[in-house]
Design a protein around this ligand. Structure first.
Ligand code: AMP
Length: 526
């Protein structure tokens, strides 16, 4: 199955059914089919060729989803870009992908100008999915949204194959360069077909799209909904900060499926915005990306007894999710352990020791995944790909997740944390090494260490930075914050800072990170 073919078949069967809803704007499957055909033609006319990368520099919107579908119809690969990320970081992505085209909107024109000025040569064309930038900007305009009307709206033939890359999702990289995870049509289609079967998704479903489009969870929302011929309701990012409004949105939109990272759910529970038997249309609530704290789960399960609750687990590298666990009944107490469950069809989970041998049930080991969701690897990074996508003599190609796990007596898999310094903060996946690399590049620190400290708040893990200035320099957290803002997105900004003359070392002479974590915890971070 090719992802974009689902739009054509839904438009043929149910042209007037609503496909996308965003605030007061609604479009049908027929409109989505026609606009995406027209935009695909504009991309081809502007010189995009099979396998070219097309950047999407715009917030989540109906236009952005039309752009995703159109890019695939043109035989290209879409690369969603984070409009909150600074130009220097975005430029690394554009440089590595060599975008043939960037589809942007007016509100991103300053960011785009910033990205262009970071690059030595900009060979990409720019298509504006609105009226285009102000005349005085020096930005190119290969086409604007109104040009769609001049293009034929009938289907385009392209020779894309299921094993071709559909999109590249960039995640934090420990060496300071974001890693581009390549996801093929077959990878995403496999999960979507399994999930729509498992959850019994129907054309009458109204499904949330909460994460930004550069998060892999949104891949399920978008393509899963279109595949089922259901309605996709885009949740505007501001709502995540307003739990009452978020609850009202779920209620008023009569959503039947909610899928998000746990931090949003924690926030809603913290402000107690869910009424008894609220959201009468809601059938299922799914989360992924982090463990949902048991008290939050208990809160939701007690308030919403008619809803089913499913924990999905998986890294971007294995496409959306690789395992699932539908909670059979409300946990009896807050100490209950929630497993990540069983592999989704076509996936396998393996708990292995350091020699890549299976370990006995109940013991802790490294979690590896094999199966249909495995990405072909990182974009143009053979070394990183080979370091985590491993050929195993018995299991075939396996991906090292970096998670620690054990197999329970119930044959379900339980997660026990990370074996490395990757954290989740408010649902964002962050390599602490990326923040350290950025801080070290400022040239004003003798040394620094960034650690994650677990908090009781909705953000999950707090990012804490300990630093020692270059001798003779006065460096304040405000100085560091201001400079770091130019290099990393806001969600990577440390929330707590501690200055030292020299960082504490452990007996092996390495920076003593456990001690630093204790120091931050003692400062009531947690
Ligand atoms: P991402 O690539 O952003 O999806 O992050 C993948 C990582 O998030 C995994 O390797 C886990 O460490 C964590 N993760 C994902 N899903 C869950 C879950 N359901 N429970 C606990 N941790 C999770």
């Amino acid at each position: 199955m090719l992802l974009h073919d689902t739009v054509r078949s839904q438009a043929a069967q149910r042209p007037d059914a609503v496909a996308l809803v965003s605030q007061r704007q609604t479009i049908t499957y027929q409109q989505l089919e026609e606009w995406s055909n027209q935009l695909a033609r504009l991309l081809l006319e502007s010189g995009c060729r099979h396998g070219d990368r097309v950047g999407l520099l715009m917030p989540k919107s109906i236009q952005a989803i039309v752009a995703m579908v159109a890019t695939l119809k043109a035989g290209c690969i879409y690369v969603p870009m984070d409009t909150a990320s600074p130009p220097a970081r975005q430029a690394k992505i554009v440089n590595s992908c060599e975008h043939a085209c960037i589809l942007a909107v007016n509100s991103a024109s300053r960011l785009l100008a910033g990205i262009s000025s970071e690059l030595s040569n900009c060979n990409f064309r720019i298509g504006w999915l609105d009226s285009g930038p102000a005349a005085e900007s020096n930005l190119d305009a290969a086409f604007i949204w109104d040009d769609l009307a001049s293009m034929p709206a009938h289907p385009i033939l392209c020779d894309t194959k299921p094993e071709d890359v559909a999109h590249i999702l960039f995640t934090s990289g420990s060496t300071g360069v974001p890693k581009g995870v390549m996801i093929t049509h077959a990878n995403a289609a496999h999960f979507i077909q399994w999930a729509n079967r498992y959850f019994g998704t129907l054309p009458t479903d109204r499904i949330s799209c909460h994460p930004p489009l550069h998060f892999d969870l949104s891949t399920f929302d978008v393509w899963g909904t279109l595949n089922a011929g259901a309605e996709l309701h885009l949740v505007s990012p501001e709502l995540s900060l307003l739990p009452h409004k978020l609850a009202a949105f779920i209620r008023d939109s009569e959503l039947t499926q909610w899928f998000s990272v746990p931090s949003v759910l924690k926030y809603m529970a913290q402000f107690d915005v869910v009424r008894q038997d609220d959201f009468p249309a809601l059938k299922r609530l799914l989360w992924c990306g982090e463990a949902l704290p048991v008290p939050t789960l208990m809160y939701f399960m007690r308030r919403l007894p008619a809803v089913s609750f499913t924990n999905l687990y998986g890294p971007t590298e294995t496409t959306i999710a690789s395992s699932y666990y539908t909670i059979p009944s409300c946990p009896p107490d807050e100490q209950s352990e929630i497993p990540i469950g069983l592999p989704c069809a076509g996936e396998q989970l393996h708990v292995l020791d350091e020699f890549l041998q299976p370990i006995p049930r109940g013991e802790i080991g490294d979690l590896y995944i094999s199966g249909q969701g495995l990405s072909p690897g990182y974009w143009r990074d053979r070394q990183k790909t080979d370091s985590v996508f491993i050929q195993h003599a018995d299991l075939g190609r396996i991906y090292k997740t970096g998670d620690l796990a054990r197999l329970g007596p119930d044959r379900l898999v339980y997660l026990l944390g990370r074996a490395d310094s990757q954290i989740k903060s408010r649902g964002f996946r962050i390599e602490l090494g990326e923040i350290e690399t950025a801080l070290n590049s400022l040239g004003i620190l003798r040394e620094c260490a960034v650690v994650g400290v677990q908090t009781g708040g909705f953000e999950g893990t707090a990012i804490c930075c300990a630093y020692a200035p270059t001798p003779g320099l006065q460096v304040t957290p405000a100085d560091l914050r201001e400079r770091l803002m130019q290099l990393v997105p806001p969600y990577m900004m440390p929330a707590y800072w501690l200055a030292f003359d020299a960082l504490p070392l452990n007996p092996n002479g390495k920076i003593d990170k456990p001690r630093l974590r204790e120091s931050f915890a003692a400062q009531s971070v947690a």
